[in-house]
Each structure stands twice: as C-alpha cells, then as structure tokens.
Design a protein around this ligand. Structure first.
Ligand SMILES: *Cc1c(COP(=O)(O)O)cnc(C)c1O
Length: 387
C-alpha cells in the first residue's frame, strides 16, 4: 500500500536515502535527521572520478535530499530548490525567450507581478493578464503563446481556478501550464496530477512553515524541462544553501499537522468573522458561499488557512493592524505564527492601483495567515482589535 502523505512527510527522508543507491550514502551512523553538508566543494578520489558531488552550486547532498522529497510530495520527476520563491520564478522565466507570450492571472502574488512587469518584459516576454477563474482564456492564446501561469486560490483574493479545465486547454494548444501551489502546499493540492506541467512554490511559506527561512521550488514531470532547469540552476547559481535546505527538511516533517490545525482554525475564524458588525466580507474558500468551494472540493484535499476579509472602513482596517497583539502585523504566510497583512501597502504595493482595485484589493482589505495557536486565543485577539 502506498504511504499516506502524513507518513511520507515524516519518513520520506529515510526512504529517499535508501533508494539513492547510485550515489554513496550521505547519511552515516544512522542519524535520524539528515546531515547538513556545509561545504562549498568536494575532494575527488582520483582524476576523472567524483563522489557524485563536485561543487555546491551544482549540487549539495542536503539540497539534493530536499529536492527529492519535494519532488515526491508533488508527484513530479524532478524538483529544484532555490534561495527564495522569487528566485524560483525568475529561474523559470529563463526557459522563455524574447517574443514569447504568456497568459497570467491578474491576481497573483505582488512580487510575481513586479517580476513580470519590470524584469521579464525588459527581456522581451509579452504578457496578457486575465482572470483565469472566469475569463475565456482560450480566446487569448496567440501563435507565440507559450504558457498560462496561475495561482489557485489566488493571493489575496482567493479566486479559484479549475486546474484540470485549464490543463485541457494548454494540452490542446501544446503550451505549458504553470501553477504556483504555495497557498495549498502539496499536502492539500497536487497540480501535476491535474495536468499542470510545472509547479512553483515559495518554500518560505507552508513547506518550511516557521517564518525562519526563505526558500523556493520548481517541480516538473517532463525530461526536457528537467534537463533545461538543471542546466539553469547550476549556471545561474541561486540554489538553496545547505543550512536552509535542512530547515525546510525539518519543516516538512510537521507539514501535515500544521496544515490540518491551521485549516481547522481558519474555518472557525472565517465563520466568526462573518458574524462581526465591522466586517463587510469574508473570503475563504472553505465557506460554502465561496464561488470556488465546489471546484476546490473536486481538485484539493482541503481549503487551506488563508482568510481575506474587509473591514467596514479604511480607519477600522488600519486600527485592526495597530491593535492586534498575539497576531503579528507582518508580511508572509504559512508559518506557525498567525500573521495579518495589509495587501494595499505591503504584498501588493507595487501592483498598479487600478489593477489592485479591479482585483478587489480595496484599502479596507486585510489578509490573515492563520497559524497553529489556540483558535480561541486568536478570536479573542481579533475581537479586541475589531471593537
Ligand atoms: C511569498 C510568495 C512568493 C514569493 O516567495 P519568496 O519566498 O518570498 O521569494 C511567490 N508566490 C506566492 C503565492 C507567495 O505567497
């Protein structure tokens, strides 16, 4: 019987180790935690011989171990660990060339929009923005279109796109489907199983899970892409450092526990927020009235722990940020600590105002990343901050 994902998160480290027979065992002495190979280079046993590792920009045993685990969790054929989520997306853009066209969701992580608008455009890549959860995206495909890039649910508006339906379109047109799976993590959603070609992650968030390190991943299931990306990661040099790789390895061991706990609290908080007089809307795909609820039931194993809501006035939104105590007013998400973010001036500040408002990111909008604290303590903190 195949191992369940909870078990894999804890024991994959040893399993992967036993299967890695093409290289000498990196884990001596039966150490339960995979060692941190804090080395830049490796002594060769002889001329023309290698231990399997030559130089840590190319590969490092701790990073390789992490890549194998993330690859298995996302059901890919290869994975790449990079220094940040943005480094992963930047590396991925190197597979395109000037004149290529991409259709991208209009509601994406702000840093991704900034990269596309300021760096990729300069490199000759053309973009069309669309609401991939509702627009007719097939009609936007042009002869030079090479990929569709989505997040689902999106950050921060939680729009849900039917991954299999978009994959059907990309397959028909022989173009790539790229899914940023940060919000769900492989614990709740596996886009490659639904027909996506490439998954990217900010490993900083749920995978690492402790707000203590940055990391990024690309996962693929195609030999040609695999080869291209191996070449690019060693050439451009943003591979994840050994210690950070180890932190993410450790974080993944509790991925299942953290995702389940945070999700159950997020649902309670979302339900509680809907009863609050100073809250005008609550956007959480786990609520039955969310337009993406049914699609998520079909394509995911959960709804995650990101809750977006709107206060009745801008002043109220700002005062919530001032008054929260236990909950920290900070960027980022997916860690054990509950964080509250103001997308207008934080994560999405560089998104043009017109686009921001069109996407629904009004100045009253707040975004919660629910952590693993006691849910009643979190609700009590929100209660005092809202009133
Ligand atoms: C944070 C985030 C990123 C960027 O990742 P970093 O690790 O901060 O570079 C990309 N996509 C999404 C959905 C994110 O939340």
């Amino acid at each position: 019987m195949p191992l369940s994902i909870e078990t894999k998160c804890v024991h994959l480290e040893k399993q992967v180790q036993n299967e890695a027979d093409e290289k000498p065992a990196c884990n001596h002495y039966g150490s339960i935690s995979f060692p941190i190979y804090q080395t830049a280079t490796y002594a060769h046993p002889g001329v023309g011989k290698s231990t399997g590792f030559d130089y840590s920009r190319l590969q490092n045993p701790t990073r390789e171990q992490l890549e194998k685990i993330v690859c298995q969790l996302e059901h890919g054929t290869d994975a790449f660990a990079l220094s940040t989520g943005m480094a992963a997306i930047t590396l991925l853009m190197e597979i395109f060339k000037p004149g290529d066209h991409l259709i991208v969701d209009s509601d994406l992580y702000g840093g991704t929009i900034r990269l596309f608008d300021n760096v990729s455009v300069k490199n000759g890549i053309e973009f069309t923005r669309a609401n991939c959860s509702s627009d007719d995206i097939e009609s936007l495909i042009k002869p030079n279109t090479k990929a569709i890039y989505i997040e689902t649910p999106t950050n921060p508006m939680m729009n849900v796109t039917d991954i299999a339906a978009v994959a059907e379109i990309t397959r028909r047109h022989n173009i790539l489907l790229i899914v940023d799976n940060t919000f769900m993590s492989p614990y709740f959603q596996n886009p490659l199983d639904l027909g996506a070609d490439i998954v990217v992650h900010s490993g900083t968030k749920f995978l690492a899970g402790h707000n203590d390190t940055l990391a990024g991943f690309i996962v693929v299931k195609n030999a040609e892409l695999q080869e291209k990306l191996r070449f690019l990661i060693k050439t451009t040099g943003a591979g994840l450092a050994p210690f950070d790789s180890w932190l993410v390895l450790r974080g993944i061991k509790t991925l299942a526990l953290r995702m389940e706990k945070a999700q159950s609290s997020a649902l309670k908080i979302a339900q509680w927020l809907t009863t609050q007089p100073h809250v005008t809307s609550v956007i959480y795909p786990g609520l039955e009235n969310h337009p993406g609820h049914k699609i998520m039931q079909k394509q995911s194993r959960g709804f995650g722990s990101m809750v977006t809501f709107r206060a009745d006035t801008v002043e109220k939104a700002l005062s919530v940020l001032e008054k929260v105590r236990l909950i920290k007013y900070a960027e980022s998400l997916g860690g054990v600590e509950t964080l509250i973010t103001y997308p207008t001036t934080q994560t999405h500040a560089d998104v043009p105002e017109e686009l921001r408002l069109k996407n629904g990111i009004t100045p009253e909008t707040l975004r919660l990343s629910v952590g693993v604290e006691n849910v009643d303590d979190l609700i009590a903190d929100l209660q005092q901050a809202l009133n």
